[in-house]
Design a protein around this ligand. Structure first.
Ligand code: SF4
Length: 269
Protein backbone atom coordinates (compact mmCIF):
# COMPACT_ATOMS: atom_id res chain seq x y z
CA UNK A 1 0.00 0.00 0.00
CA UNK A 2 2.98 2.31 -0.52
CA UNK A 3 2.07 5.63 -2.07
CA UNK A 4 4.34 6.81 -4.81
CA UNK A 5 4.78 10.56 -4.49
CA UNK A 6 5.83 11.24 -8.05
CA UNK A 7 7.89 14.27 -8.92
CA UNK A 8 9.01 14.63 -12.47
CA UNK A 9 10.93 17.85 -12.72
CA UNK A 10 13.73 16.41 -14.83
CA UNK A 11 11.55 16.10 -17.91
CA UNK A 12 10.94 19.83 -17.87
CA UNK A 13 14.48 20.42 -19.07
CA UNK A 14 13.62 18.69 -22.33
CA UNK A 15 13.50 20.99 -25.34
CA UNK A 16 10.04 22.54 -25.34
CA UNK A 17 7.91 22.09 -28.39
CA UNK A 18 6.57 25.33 -29.79
CA UNK A 19 2.80 25.29 -29.57
CA UNK A 20 1.40 26.01 -33.00
CA UNK A 21 -2.19 27.05 -32.34
CA UNK A 22 -4.83 25.01 -34.13
CA UNK A 23 -6.95 27.47 -36.10
CA UNK A 24 -10.47 27.79 -34.70
CA UNK A 25 -10.56 24.36 -33.04
CA UNK A 26 -14.04 23.02 -32.44
CA UNK A 27 -15.07 21.89 -28.96
CA UNK A 28 -17.68 19.18 -28.50
CA UNK A 29 -20.00 20.11 -25.67
CA UNK A 30 -22.24 17.67 -23.82
CA UNK A 31 -24.30 20.32 -22.02
CA UNK A 32 -24.23 23.81 -20.56
CA UNK A 33 -25.19 25.16 -17.16
CA UNK A 34 -25.73 28.91 -17.12
CA UNK A 35 -25.80 29.48 -13.34
CA UNK A 36 -23.27 27.03 -11.92
CA UNK A 37 -22.56 27.67 -8.23
CA UNK A 38 -20.34 24.69 -7.34
CA UNK A 39 -17.93 24.63 -10.29
CA UNK A 40 -15.47 27.27 -9.19
CA UNK A 41 -15.67 30.69 -7.50
CA UNK A 42 -18.87 32.74 -7.75
CA UNK A 43 -21.61 32.16 -10.29
CA UNK A 44 -20.29 30.53 -13.46
CA UNK A 45 -21.19 29.56 -16.99
CA UNK A 46 -20.22 25.90 -17.12
CA UNK A 47 -19.55 23.98 -20.33
CA UNK A 48 -19.47 20.23 -19.81
CA UNK A 49 -17.23 18.94 -22.57
CA UNK A 50 -17.92 15.58 -24.15
CA UNK A 51 -15.58 12.62 -23.76
CA UNK A 52 -13.79 10.76 -20.97
CA UNK A 53 -11.52 7.71 -20.98
CA UNK A 54 -11.89 6.91 -17.30
CA UNK A 55 -14.70 4.69 -16.12
CA UNK A 56 -15.18 5.70 -12.50
CA UNK A 57 -17.53 3.28 -10.76
CA UNK A 58 -19.34 6.22 -9.17
CA UNK A 59 -19.57 8.38 -12.32
CA UNK A 60 -22.97 10.04 -12.47
CA UNK A 61 -22.49 11.25 -16.05
CA UNK A 62 -21.86 8.13 -18.17
CA UNK A 63 -23.53 9.99 -21.04
CA UNK A 64 -20.41 12.19 -21.27
CA UNK A 65 -18.04 9.25 -21.93
CA UNK A 66 -18.22 8.93 -25.74
CA UNK A 67 -15.48 10.90 -27.46
CA UNK A 68 -16.25 12.90 -30.62
CA UNK A 69 -19.98 13.35 -30.12
CA UNK A 70 -21.74 16.36 -28.57
CA UNK A 71 -22.64 19.81 -29.88
CA UNK A 72 -19.83 21.55 -31.80
CA UNK A 73 -18.82 25.08 -30.75
CA UNK A 74 -15.94 27.37 -31.64
CA UNK A 75 -14.47 29.35 -28.75
CA UNK A 76 -16.07 32.54 -30.10
CA UNK A 77 -19.49 30.89 -30.25
CA UNK A 78 -19.24 29.59 -26.69
CA UNK A 79 -18.00 32.91 -25.31
CA UNK A 80 -20.81 34.77 -27.12
CA UNK A 81 -23.33 32.46 -25.44
CA UNK A 82 -21.65 32.85 -22.04
CA UNK A 83 -21.54 36.65 -22.23
CA UNK A 84 -25.35 36.79 -22.04
CA UNK A 85 -24.85 35.89 -18.35
CA UNK A 86 -21.87 38.12 -17.55
CA UNK A 87 -23.98 40.46 -15.42
CA UNK A 88 -24.43 37.64 -12.90
CA UNK A 89 -20.75 36.76 -12.52
CA UNK A 90 -19.76 39.60 -10.20
CA UNK A 91 -16.10 39.86 -9.22
CA UNK A 92 -15.43 36.15 -8.83
CA UNK A 93 -17.49 34.30 -11.43
CA UNK A 94 -16.70 33.42 -15.01
CA UNK A 95 -16.43 30.39 -17.27
CA UNK A 96 -15.68 26.81 -16.20
CA UNK A 97 -14.93 23.90 -18.49
CA UNK A 98 -15.85 20.58 -16.96
CA UNK A 99 -16.75 17.19 -18.38
CA UNK A 100 -16.45 14.40 -19.17
CA UNK A 101 -12.77 15.15 -19.18
CA UNK A 102 -12.06 18.55 -20.61
CA UNK A 103 -8.30 18.03 -21.18
CA UNK A 104 -9.12 15.57 -23.98
CA UNK A 105 -10.03 18.70 -26.00
CA UNK A 106 -6.95 20.70 -25.06
CA UNK A 107 -6.65 22.61 -28.38
CA UNK A 108 -10.15 23.94 -27.90
CA UNK A 109 -9.46 24.78 -24.26
CA UNK A 110 -6.35 26.80 -25.13
CA UNK A 111 -8.27 28.81 -27.72
CA UNK A 112 -11.24 29.33 -25.41
CA UNK A 113 -9.32 30.31 -22.28
CA UNK A 114 -6.91 32.55 -24.21
CA UNK A 115 -9.85 34.43 -25.70
CA UNK A 116 -11.53 34.58 -22.27
CA UNK A 117 -8.46 36.20 -20.74
CA UNK A 118 -8.33 38.74 -23.59
CA UNK A 119 -11.84 39.74 -22.49
CA UNK A 120 -11.09 39.71 -18.76
CA UNK A 121 -13.16 36.59 -18.07
CA UNK A 122 -12.16 34.38 -15.13
CA UNK A 123 -11.34 30.82 -16.25
CA UNK A 124 -11.62 27.57 -14.34
CA UNK A 125 -10.63 24.09 -15.52
CA UNK A 126 -12.36 21.11 -13.93
CA UNK A 127 -10.26 18.03 -14.71
CA UNK A 128 -9.59 14.49 -13.57
CA UNK A 129 -6.06 14.81 -14.98
CA UNK A 130 -6.00 11.43 -16.73
CA UNK A 131 -4.86 12.81 -20.15
CA UNK A 132 -1.84 14.55 -18.55
CA UNK A 133 1.59 13.46 -19.76
CA UNK A 134 5.06 14.97 -19.93
CA UNK A 135 5.24 13.66 -23.48
CA UNK A 136 5.01 16.07 -26.40
CA UNK A 137 3.04 17.58 -27.93
CA UNK A 138 0.67 17.38 -24.93
CA UNK A 139 3.00 18.85 -22.32
CA UNK A 140 3.73 22.08 -24.21
CA UNK A 141 0.04 22.50 -24.87
CA UNK A 142 -0.70 21.96 -21.18
CA UNK A 143 1.82 24.65 -20.18
CA UNK A 144 0.21 26.98 -22.71
CA UNK A 145 -3.23 26.25 -21.27
CA UNK A 146 -2.02 26.97 -17.75
CA UNK A 147 -1.06 30.52 -18.83
CA UNK A 148 -4.75 31.25 -19.31
CA UNK A 149 -6.22 29.21 -16.43
CA UNK A 150 -7.03 31.05 -13.22
CA UNK A 151 -7.98 27.97 -11.22
CA UNK A 152 -8.03 24.20 -11.69
CA UNK A 153 -10.46 21.95 -9.88
CA UNK A 154 -8.77 18.57 -9.62
CA UNK A 155 -10.24 15.33 -8.34
CA UNK A 156 -8.09 12.79 -6.58
CA UNK A 157 -10.29 9.73 -6.90
CA UNK A 158 -8.09 7.50 -4.74
CA UNK A 159 -4.63 8.03 -3.25
CA UNK A 160 -3.60 4.39 -3.66
CA UNK A 161 -2.60 3.58 -7.28
CA UNK A 162 -3.94 0.01 -7.20
CA UNK A 163 -7.25 1.03 -5.65
CA UNK A 164 -7.41 3.97 -8.07
CA UNK A 165 -7.14 1.59 -10.99
CA UNK A 166 -9.88 -0.64 -9.58
CA UNK A 167 -12.13 2.38 -9.07
CA UNK A 168 -11.52 4.21 -12.36
CA UNK A 169 -9.76 1.86 -14.79
CA UNK A 170 -6.52 3.91 -14.65
CA UNK A 171 -3.63 4.37 -12.23
CA UNK A 172 -3.35 7.75 -10.48
CA UNK A 173 0.26 8.24 -11.59
CA UNK A 174 -0.37 10.86 -14.30
CA UNK A 175 -2.95 12.61 -12.17
CA UNK A 176 -0.50 13.07 -9.31
CA UNK A 177 2.19 14.17 -11.80
CA UNK A 178 -0.15 16.86 -13.08
CA UNK A 179 -1.02 18.01 -9.57
CA UNK A 180 2.65 18.16 -8.60
CA UNK A 181 3.43 20.13 -11.75
CA UNK A 182 0.72 22.64 -10.80
CA UNK A 183 1.99 22.75 -7.23
CA UNK A 184 5.56 23.44 -8.37
CA UNK A 185 4.59 26.15 -10.86
CA UNK A 186 2.19 28.39 -8.99
CA UNK A 187 -1.05 27.11 -10.51
CA UNK A 188 -3.88 27.42 -8.02
CA UNK A 189 -6.05 24.37 -7.31
CA UNK A 190 -9.09 23.18 -5.51
CA UNK A 191 -8.74 19.49 -4.70
CA UNK A 192 -11.84 17.34 -4.40
CA UNK A 193 -12.33 13.80 -3.18
CA UNK A 194 -15.47 11.70 -3.49
CA UNK A 195 -16.15 9.80 -0.27
CA UNK A 196 -17.54 6.35 -1.09
CA UNK A 197 -18.25 3.66 1.50
CA UNK A 198 -16.37 0.41 0.71
CA UNK A 199 -14.14 2.25 -1.81
CA UNK A 200 -12.52 5.44 -0.51
CA UNK A 201 -13.98 5.78 2.99
CA UNK A 202 -11.16 4.16 4.95
CA UNK A 203 -9.18 6.16 7.51
CA UNK A 204 -5.88 4.71 6.30
CA UNK A 205 -6.41 6.08 2.79
CA UNK A 206 -7.94 9.35 3.92
CA UNK A 207 -5.01 10.03 6.23
CA UNK A 208 -2.53 9.29 3.43
CA UNK A 209 -4.45 11.56 1.11
CA UNK A 210 -4.52 14.31 3.74
CA UNK A 211 -0.75 13.95 4.26
CA UNK A 212 -0.16 14.05 0.51
CA UNK A 213 -2.21 17.20 0.01
CA UNK A 214 -0.24 18.87 2.78
CA UNK A 215 2.94 18.46 0.70
CA UNK A 216 1.42 20.56 -2.11
CA UNK A 217 1.48 24.32 -2.72
CA UNK A 218 -1.20 26.61 -4.14
CA UNK A 219 -4.07 24.50 -2.84
CA UNK A 220 -6.81 27.04 -2.09
CA UNK A 221 -9.52 24.58 -1.11
CA UNK A 222 -10.01 20.91 -0.29
CA UNK A 223 -13.50 19.46 -0.55
CA UNK A 224 -15.03 16.14 0.43
CA UNK A 225 -17.88 15.23 -1.92
CA UNK A 226 -20.20 12.61 -0.41
CA UNK A 227 -21.00 9.86 -2.91
CA UNK A 228 -24.61 9.95 -4.12
CA UNK A 229 -26.75 7.60 -6.16
CA UNK A 230 -28.41 10.12 -8.50
CA UNK A 231 -26.60 8.71 -11.54
CA UNK A 232 -28.27 5.30 -11.34
CA UNK A 233 -31.17 6.42 -13.53
CA UNK A 234 -28.77 7.23 -16.39
CA UNK A 235 -27.17 3.78 -16.18
CA UNK A 236 -30.61 2.18 -16.36
CA UNK A 237 -31.56 4.34 -19.35
CA UNK A 238 -28.31 3.50 -21.14
CA UNK A 239 -28.58 -0.19 -20.29
CA UNK A 240 -25.23 -0.26 -18.44
CA UNK A 241 -24.58 -2.20 -15.26
CA UNK A 242 -24.24 0.13 -12.24
CA UNK A 243 -21.09 -1.01 -10.41
CA UNK A 244 -21.92 0.41 -6.97
CA UNK A 245 -25.35 -1.17 -6.62
CA UNK A 246 -26.25 -1.48 -2.94
CA UNK A 247 -23.68 1.05 -1.69
CA UNK A 248 -25.37 3.87 0.19
CA UNK A 249 -24.08 7.46 0.56
CA UNK A 250 -21.74 7.98 3.55
CA UNK A 251 -23.18 9.06 6.90
CA UNK A 252 -22.73 12.63 8.13
CA UNK A 253 -20.23 11.40 10.75
CA UNK A 254 -18.05 9.79 8.09
CA UNK A 255 -18.12 12.96 6.00
CA UNK A 256 -17.01 15.00 9.02
CA UNK A 257 -14.31 12.40 9.73
CA UNK A 258 -13.03 12.64 6.15
CA UNK A 259 -13.01 16.44 6.33
CA UNK A 260 -10.91 16.24 9.48
CA UNK A 261 -8.44 13.77 7.97
CA UNK A 262 -8.11 15.89 4.82
CA UNK A 263 -7.77 19.07 6.95
CA UNK A 264 -10.37 20.84 4.79
CA UNK A 265 -10.77 23.69 7.31
CA UNK A 266 -7.11 24.65 6.86
CA UNK A 267 -7.58 25.45 3.19
CA UNK A 268 -10.99 27.03 2.75
CA UNK A 269 -10.48 30.57 1.48
S1 SF4 B 1 -13.46 11.22 -14.70
FE1 SF4 B 1 -15.46 12.17 -14.35
S2 SF4 B 1 -16.61 11.92 -16.26
FE2 SF4 B 1 -14.86 10.52 -16.34
S3 SF4 B 1 -15.69 8.58 -15.60
FE3 SF4 B 1 -14.77 9.64 -13.85
S4 SF4 B 1 -16.43 10.78 -12.89
FE4 SF4 B 1 -17.11 10.19 -14.97
Amino acid sequence: MNIKFTTNLSTETATPTEVVPVKDPVGYVHSIETFGSVDGPGIRFVAFLQGCRMRCEFCHNPDTWNIGTGDPYTADELIAKALDYRAFWGKEGGITCSGGESLIQIDFLIDLFKKCKEQGINTCLDTCGQPFTYKEPFFSKFKELMKYTDLSMVDIKHIDPVEHKKLTGFSNERILEMIEYMSNHGHHMWIRHVLIPERTDYDVYLKKLGDYIQTLHYVDRVEVLPYHTMGIVKYEKMGINYPLKGIEPPTHDRVVNAEQLLHTADYHK
